[in-house]
Design a protein around this ligand. Structure first.
Ligand code: MTE
Ligand code: HPA
Ligand code: MOS
Length: 768
């Protein structure tokens, strides 16, 4: 089944926040944001700006009726700056005017004076100064000191990854409408309608029931709208509440790039120990997460880094610690993989380091240390349904690995200035919110008297196809045509207390809740059929292709006529469903538990060609064997794998976020921030579906697919280092992503080994 949005998408008819019909009297909001990364505000004068044509209100923190606070996990983030600013782009005031242009013109007239405070952009520097968020978290397993004494080989180093801009096509935005009795209705481009509702209620000092949040779909979220849609919906609502007019706030691309946080950059120190058979027996890491100016989701992201620090490998003795470091950058946030990719990169770097030093094939160490059933993760969960080795071996078979290695070796022999590189990348990703209380969802189903069905769930459609999957759940339960089913907007008055659509669990959680609701309605209809047709029992009643059968004999009763008769007989045709993932638990005081419903596995092989004169590269192919469970929608799921892969490759290669030491974003436009396009994408992407028997925890046994494939992109980085080594065997210290063309060129001609005088760019800031 195709994505149900494909028709309106291709015709340009799909509706996003900026496409909503404008209501009379609407005011347009723009944000006056901080231009210095850390300072005291000593003067803020909006009087001249207020006098500008078309300006109706200029709001500052003094106009907030409730609590000036939007921090979800830690209350450390004001909606509008009070007397200090902590990053460039931090909202200071909100201008409401009769046009966008008038609002922008007024912005230039606001007078502000700052007293500069010291600016920190580097996570290690922040940590050294004690500027950290929450406590340092440590996961441990085994016996470290014994392990090190047994290790035959031991390697230490540093591995760094940079951030990543979400670049959802639809920027952040919201449109808020005042309703009688101090109520607000807001349409928001958010992954978390309830987060937005809660945020608005808090800032306006209202109860949650006064706020209705409505979401039709997002033009992409990728985690960037899990938490960070909230401030903009809050500001639009504040405007609507005070002006009593509808208020529309849609960020321009440059504002969005400047004001919103991104994937967290990490800087990490690793130490890996192997025995003489190349089993990894010890692994230690200290992760430094660049959180930006406030906590946002950083503590949760940090946690997932630890959960995935050993990727798909078994390491019996481990100590991994992570520190969330407060810096003067926009608060970094969720991004597909949620800290997992940053953790996985480091162990891949450590393995590569060991392989290079020992002059063995990196894939040998990887393969030999893959997880197996009945082993344990460092956080105490047992390994079950493990497909690490299966997927790896199937990749080897599909690509004919020996032939592939030989052809790459032959190519590298015969080409002086062109080299190829290969890299395997296994993945293992845990499915569930690591914060156990978030793992539940609700759905509401109305069967209308003509047999058509309206479906509301807590899931937000952001291009990942969750609505299509929801429709399939209804279709399969009732066995009716898809044209009879409509997915309603995600709305907090129809489905309350939602978790954000995130953690790849949107389809599982909401699909399961929806199934519960549909089954309850079906059960009532079956009872009705038994009574109506005087059947002895209901066990043999079947719904098939819009018709009702008993013991495979048609009852000459269509779904429509059944529904309309049931309605006349006063059968309840609406139902809500609730689902809470069973078994999941996690004890943070021990850092042990069973946080994930299940894990998703897969393996990939990336082949790249580099041009050693220009420092450019081209990805020849990526072959993937991915564990889909039993995919309920192979078209949608393949799209998720391909999209996730290319997004991950972009993070690892082209996409270079740059801030200067003053905390100013230099990569502030698409001319300076390069993202993958079709020319960058691998010439070949082969996705093989590994069908696995999944426990019933995945919806219709179809495993969650949203985030895991991003991590195949890490293979791109190590394929590049492999190719670099073929040209310049002495190149070292390469574990700094992204591997841009520039950085590749430098590595190709790097002369000395482990050069300590190599300028460090681990804080990803530039002196400019
Ligand atoms: N795919 C598209 N097209 N657009 C998106 O914004 N977000 C990703 C992934 N795939 C995203 C996407 C992220 S970060 C997550 S967590 C999941 O989709 C969320 O949806 P799911 O839980 O329904 O998989
Ligand atoms: N993944 C994604 N988003 C989240 C999580 C998680 O584990 N926890 C809280 N938000
Ligand atoms: Mo996805 S980063 O969990 O929104």
């Amino acid at each position: 089944m195709k994505n149900i949005d494909s028709f309106t998408h291709t015709r340009g008819e799909s509706i996003y926040v900026d496409d909503l019909a404008i209501l009379g009297g609407t005011l347009y909001a723009t944000i006056f944001d901080a231009s210095i990364a850390h300072a005291k505000i000593i003067k803020l004068d909006v009087e001249a700006a207020k006098k500008m044509p078309g300006v109706k209100h200029i709001l500052t923190c003094k106009d907030i009726p409730g609590e000036n606070q939007i921090g979800g996990i830690i209350p450390d983030e004001p909606a509008l700056a009070l007397d200090e600013v902590h990053f460039i782009g931090q909202p200071v005031a909100l201008i409401l005017a009769t046009s966008v242009r008038a609002a922008h013109a007024a912005k230039a007239k606001i007078e502000i004076e700052y007293e500069a405070l010291p600016i920190v952009t580097c996570p290690r520097e922040a940590a050294a100064k004690g500027s950290i968020i929450g406590a340092v978290r440590t996961f441990k397993m085994g016996e470290m000191s014994q392990a090190w004494s047994k290790a035959r080989y031991c390697f230490e180093g540093r591995a760094d990854t940079n951030g990543q801009e979400h670049l959802y096509i639809e920027g952040q935005g919201a449109y808020a409408f005042p309703i009688e009795n101090d109520c607000i209705r807001v349409v928001s481009s958010t992954q978390g309608p309830t987060q937005v509702q809660r945020g608005i209620a808090r800032v306006l000092g209202l109860a949650m029931h006064k706020i209705e949040v409505d979401v039709r779909r997002l033009g992409g979220g990728f985690g960037g709208k899990e938490d960070q849609a909230t401030p903009f919906a809050v500001l639009a609502s504040l405007g609507a509440y005070i002006s009593k007019k509808p208020v529309k706030l849609v960020l321009h691309r440059d504002e969005d790039l400047r004001m919103t946080g991104k994937r967290h950059p990490y800087s990490s120190d690793y130490k890996i120990g192997l025995d003489e058979d190349l089993n990894i027996i010890a692994y230690e890491v200290d992760f430094y997460q660049n959180a930006g100016a406030s906590a946002d989701l950083s503590p949760a992201v940090l946690e997932r880094t630890l959960f995935h620090a050993t990727n798909a490998y078994y390491v019996p003795n481990i100590r991994v610690s992570a520190t969330s470091c407060r810096t003067n950058l926009p608060p970094n946030t969720a991004f597909r993989g949620f800290g997992g990719p940053q953790g996985m990169f480091v162990i891949e770097a450590a393995i590569t380091h060991a392989a290079e030093a020992l002059e063995v094939d990196r894939a040998r160490i990887q393969k030999q240390n893959l997880l197996k059933n009945d082993q344990f993760f460092s956080y105490g969960q047992i390994v079950e349904g493990c497909e690490a080795q299966t997927t790896w071996e199937q990749v080897e078979k599909f690509v004919d690995i020996e032939a592939r290695r030989q052809s790459v070796a032959a190519y590298n022999e015969t080409h002086e200035f062109h080299k190829k590189g290969l890299a395997f990348m296994p993945i293992c990703f845990g499915i569930s919110f690591t914060n156990t209380p978030m793992n539940h969802a609700r759905a509401l189903v109305h069967v209308y008297q003509d047999g058509s069905v309206g479906v509301s769930t807590g899931a937000v459609e952001m291009g990942q196809g969750v609505n299509t999957k929801m429709l399939q759940v209804v279709q399969q339960t009732f066995s009716i045509e898809s044209s009879k089913i409509k997915l309603e907007t995600t709305n907090t008055t129809r489905v309350a207390n939602t978790s954000p659509t995130a953690a790849s669990a949107g389809a599982d959680l909401n699909g399961k809740a929806l199934q519960v609701a549909c089954k309850a309605i079906k059960e009532r209809l079956v009872q009705f059929v038994r009574k109506h047709f005087n059947l002895a029992d209901e066990a043999l009643v079947q719904f098939k292709n819009d018709q009702i059968y008993h013991n495979n004999t048609p009852l000459n009763c269509s779904w429509e006529s059944l529904v309309s008769q049931a309605f006349l007989a006063r059968v309840q045709l609406s139902e809500k469903g609730h689902y809470a993932t069973p078994k999941v638990r996690f004890d943070k005081t021990k850092e042990k538990g069973h946080p994930f419903a299940y894990h998703v596995y897969g393996s990939s092989l990336t082949e790249v060609s580099i041009d050693c004169l220009r420092g450019t590269y081209r990805f020849d192919s990526v072959d993937i064997v991915h564990d889909f469970g039993t995919s309920m929608n192979p078209i949608v799921d393949r799209g998720q794998v391909e999209g996730g892969l290319v997004q991950g490759m972009g993070w690892m290669t082209l996409e270079e976020i740059a801030y200067n030491k003053q905390g100013r974003l230099l990569s502030s436009a698409l001319s300076t921030y390069k993202v993958p396009d079709i020319y960058f994408a691998p010439r070949q992407i082969n996705v093989e579906f590994l069908e696995t028997k999944t426990p019933n925890l995945a919806i219709l046994k179809s495993k969650a697919v949203g985030e895991p494939p991003l991590m195949y992109g890490i293979g791109a980085f190590f394929a590049l280092t492999d190719a670099i080594k073929a040209f310049n065997p002495s190149a070292t210290g390469l574990f700094e992503a992204p591997m841009t063309h520039e950085r590749l060129l430098m590595a190709l001609y790097q002369e000395t080994a482990a050069n300590d005088s190599k300028p460090s760019t681990f804080d990803h800031t530039i002196n400019k």
